[in-house]
Design a protein around this ligand. Structure first.
Ligand code: LLP
Length: 422
């Protein structure tokens, strides 16, 4: 469910017609719906009923300050994976005790920053990292709750590049080694090992792998408790998928996911943390582009738009499907043609869709790439010296640019010639 709908034949973001934003901001741009992201957060949170939970928005999905502030205002915590995300979370008003610091490679500087900011929890990826956190905490006279991130050796059944819980993935600590490391952690100063974390991947569309991983966490939790280690927090990661393709089977609803969590872990009396990213912002954002040209190949029709793989890399990187809608609705009976929708970047990978059925397209038409709110703007680059595209947030009939398009001077501001060329 989202708030991008046709009204009088024109695609709107909530109550704002997209052509108006295109005229005022220029294309391409990202557009976020405030109502959609807050609704998703509330639906997810409320699905757990009386369970004691903390929803930490995975900022890697979208770390725009206004997005994080919107979620912080309604009580969200944050899952951060870098010093940069940590600083945005704090700037957006997320209380430090609701911040979980994850990430497979934390630098010493990031560890010190996280400790100095008093984050609520650090998710540990290796013995070496545990020792570094303990040493830094001791030096800074801090104490932090740590969760060992368990690698449960479960295949999430999602795209290979975003599966993280198999034993040969770089993430987490082999679940068979975890008990010994907890015993060791108990002897270390500066760390309180009272939590277990797990995250098996992203865009997961079936509950079975989650359940397999959570049962492993349950087993570990009970074993550790029997060993006298007081596990009272479980961090179950993110990963619940969203519908990208309306012809495909829809992913499980938050209510089904929550019921499975209750069934597998509800009786342990632990506080549960979740790190959803895509689920909160995925279909709360779109990317709007304008058709630069239509080009006829010997056997294919190309629609060349002014957005490219540097702006939305998911199709090029994961073969991801994003629905494409004409911003001006065509009558139901209009003939459709198969188009290759491509960007201007000099790579054949710069293709958003192949044989995509659209009504007849013309230069100047606006199109919307749907479900682009997660892993869209955050993964963009300025490849081909293309400026990062603006982000706009809509709330009812109001809208605001929440990240500006840089000028050429701003794009170049960090570059300088060496003395021998100046
Ligand atoms: N927690 C951890 C430890 C993670 O690694 C991730 C995502 C999440 C939470 C949030 O997962 P979500 O709820 O958003 O599925 N760029 C890829 C997705 C990469 C996901 C990385 N980790 C894509 O565009 O599909």
């Amino acid at each position: 469910m989202h708030h991008f709908t046709y009204n009088n034949g024109v695609l709107h973001a909530e109550d704002v017609p997209l052509p108006r934003i295109a005229a005022e901001v220029g294309t391409p741009f990202y557009c976020y719906s405030h109502a959609t992201m807050t609704r998703h957060y509330v639906v997810f949170r409320d699905a757990f009923g009386s369970l004691d939970i903390n929803v930490c928005f995975a900022m890697k999905a979208n770390s725009n300050l206004a997005v994080v502030r919107t979620l912080a205002e309604i009580g969200a915590g944050a899952d951060v994976v870098s010093g940069g995300e940590l600083q945005i979370a704090l700037k957006a008003g997320v209380p430090a005790n609701k911040i979980v610091f994850s990430g497979v490679g934390k630098t010493d500087a990031e560890i010190r920053l996280a400790l100095a900011c008093n984050v609520g929890q650090m998710n540990v990826e290796s013995e070496d990292e545990l020792l570094r956190i303990s040493a830094a905490a001791t030096q800074l006279k801090k104490e932090v709750r740590v969760a060992l991130r368990v690698n449960p050796d479960v295949a999430a059944g999602t795209h290979d590049k975003i599966s993280t819980g198999r034993k040969d993935d770089k993430f987490g600590i082999d679940w068979t080694l975890v008990p010994d490391l907890y015993r060791k952690a108990r002897t270390l100063p500066g760390v309180i090992p009272s939590a277990i974390a797990v995250h098996i991947g992203s865009q997961i569309t079936n509950l079975a792998p989650f359940e397999a991983a959570f049962l492993r966490v349950r087993e570990l939790g009970l074993m550790l408790r029997a060993d006298g280690i007081p596990i009272d927090h479980l961090d179950l990661g993110g990963g619940l998928g969203v519908p990208y393709d309306h012809d495909a089977e829809p992913p499980p609803l938050p209510a089904d996911y929550a019921a499975m969590v209750k069934r597998t872990l509800g009786d342990l009396g632990c506080k549960l943390t979740f790190e959803p990213g895509r689920l909160i912002v995925g279909n709360a954002g779109i990317m709007v582009a304008r058709v630069i040209a239509c080009k006829e190949g010997p056997s294919r029709q190309f629609v060349i738009v002014d957005a490219a793989m540097n702006d939305l890399v998911r199709p090029a990187m994961y073969g991801a499907h994003h629905e494409i809608l004409p911003v001006h609705e065509r009558p139901m009976a209009s003939p459709v043609k198969p188009y290759d929708v491509v960007g201007p970047v000099c790579e054949t990978a710069d293709r958003f869709a192949q044989d995509y059925r659209l009504p007849s397209m013309e230069r100047g038409d606006l199109v919307a790439f749907m479900t682009a709110g997660a892993y869209g703007a955050v993964m963009s680059s300025s490849y081909n010296a293309r400026p990062l595209i603006p982000e706009v947030m809509v709330k009812g009939s109001a809208y605001a640019v929440v990240r500006r398009r840089p000028t050429f001077e701003q794009m170049m501001a960090l570059e300088q010639l060496p003395p021998w060329l100046a």
